[in-house]
Design a protein around this ligand. Structure first.
Ligand SMILES: [Zn+2]
Ligand SMILES: [Zn+2]
Length: 210
């Protein structure tokens, strides 16, 4: 039976149909439901993409992942040029799978990620008082620095003192696990820093003799 498209009068003898609509009109309708613009948060300091609670490297794969989640449909990037992206989107219309091509604009919202915000604010949760020869202290610093950076933490500042160096570190749990895993023996002291969500917050100082 011949059907004519409810919108453009095209016949089902010439083109595939989705319910009462020809494929052209069906694609136009579904495309119009998708925003022309998508906002992606980006750190103005480290340039990483921010989505949910995570940070992602600025790559085509990660942009595709974020856009798929924002559009809430399986989406593949066909082409990416600066702030414009040509997408292939898998959608559904009248219980049939329909493939859409759509060009959208990405708007990057620049803000600071938590890691960079803490770095700029001089944030720290633990201090390691490293004592010993310069050579041993420097080797220790290189080791802990690599460990922290692989886990999105960092050394906020390093202070030279008479008999060694004081390391201010952004994450106490990671500091603790590093010292423990590597078998470093420390003498620990705790100072009350304040309260957060009804819990006492302590700043921990680790005295380490290398
Ligand atoms: Zn039509
Ligand atoms: Zn950042």
């Amino acid at each position: 039976m011949e059907i004519k498209c409810a919108t453009c009068n095209n016949s089902n003898k010439n083109i595939e149909f989705y319910g009462p609509f020809c494929a052209d009109c069906a694609k136009k309708k579904k495309s119009a439901e998708i925003n022309e613009e998508i906002n992606i948060d980006k750190c103005s300091s480290c340039n990483m993409l921010l989505f949910g609670k995570e940070r992602y490297n600025d790559s085509k794969e990660n942009i595709e992942f974020i856009i798929s989640h924002k559009i809430k449909k399986p989406t593949r990037i066909i082409e990416l040029y600066n702030d414009k992206v040509l997408l292939e989107i898998i959608d559904e219309f009248y219980n049939k799978t329909i493939l859409l091509n759509k060009e959208i604009r990405i708007r990057y919202n620049k803000r600071l990620c938590q890691v960079c915000a803490r770095k700029k604010g001089g944030y720290y949760e633990a201090i390691i008082q490293a004592r010993g020869s310069d050579e041993k202290i420097d080797r220790f610093i290189n080791e802990i620095k690599r460990y922290l950076e692989e886990r999105e933490a960092f050394i906020t500042k390093i202070e030279n003192v008479a008999n060694g160096k004081d390391l201010y570190i952004s994450d106490n749990l990671l500091t603790k696990s590093f010292l423990h895993n590597k078998g470093f023996k420390t003498i620990n002291s705790y100072t009350l820093k304040g309260m957060q969500n009804g819990k006492r917050l302590y700043k921990v100082t680790y005295a380490l003799y290398l």
